[in-house]
Design a protein around this ligand. Sequence first.
Ligand code: ATP
Ligand code: MG
Length: 369
Amino acid sequence: DGTPKAAYEIAVVRGDGIGPEVCEAGLQALAAALPDPAKLSLKEYPAGAGCYQETGVAFPETTFEACRDADAIFHGAAGIPGVTYRDGTEAGLDFGLQLRFRLDLYANIRPIKLHPGIVSALRHFEPGSIDYVILRENTEGFYAARGGGNVVRGEIASDTSIITRAGTERIVRQAFELARTRNGAPRDGKKRVTVCDKANVLRSYAFFRKVATEVAENYPDVELDFALVDAMTVHLVKRPDFYDVIVTENMFGDIISDLGAATVGGMGMSPTAEIGAQNGFFQAAHGSAPDIAGQGIANPLGTILAGAMMLEWLGKRHRDNVLMDAAARIDRAVGKVIEDPAMLPGDLGGRATSAAITEAVCRECRQPA
Ligand code: ATP
Ligand code: MG
């Protein structure tokens, strides 16, 4: 940490459905954006629903160890409908869930950025005006042990949401660190962390807000802001250009990050990162989209942007400007390419193939800055 490496080891898992297609697109963009593609040493490992069908194991231990020990993990998407364990749970989901809990990937980072060429569902917002990040706590709330859900005599159901001081402190600290270092800024130019909760109704969320307020005292240079989650859904539609970093508990993060994605072109445009103290796991926010798999029409940009996030995370971590530059290059290239209506993918109302879009992004990445 803290010093650049000659080469970074990337564990690549292509996965199921459109996973292998979009993963390939992401890898091509990474190679095109770096002055020397050998800066990334790519190693492929099996996991997912297809792997389960072939071998009886969805997430081989050798794949887990490789992911744990790599500098970063890059993923397509996982899941085939109907390929389930005996208890009915989806085999493809195991990869992401096990990585999250075994590597303690507590921060789910969802950038919400309106690129040029994308007509936002909010039509009056210009490209660049929506540029914020949702930081979702990834290990607690109702999703910790799946809430330990219980149904009594077919009459009463309950789930428990757990929020801890340690879990809240670390995610809120991440939010403030991110606000300090990120480039995107709200329209008034301030650095701002918005804590999103339901503190007026539920104890656990009041506690989340209290701990967040305590953490904020260490960051007087960043504005602290609060929003109740119901009001947040309105704000993200009416004034998304106000936001910089939003930090929230697991379930609310799940919900508002899909809302945010819808305002900037949908899941096909949305990358996501899951970060722990030691590991980073990068993929598009969408699933394996089995309905369009193998047709060459999937939007590859979410995964391509996930590649940029990976470079940025590695670049910050190792103080490696070569990676930071390449990340910015991919981000610019995506904006440039999608500005051309002929390059719009199917999910954005266009007809461009994955291959055509990926090729255009790679060409743009190779242009001198
Ligand atoms: P998961 O269960 O993994 O969260 P999901 O079942 O909710 O995933 P997705 O697999 O993300 O949903 O896809 C839902 C639909 O959205 C797909 O069937 C597909 O039509 C569309 N879609 C998703 N990702 C893309 C993409 N990259 N390009 C084009 N269409 C997409
Ligand atoms: Mg699905």
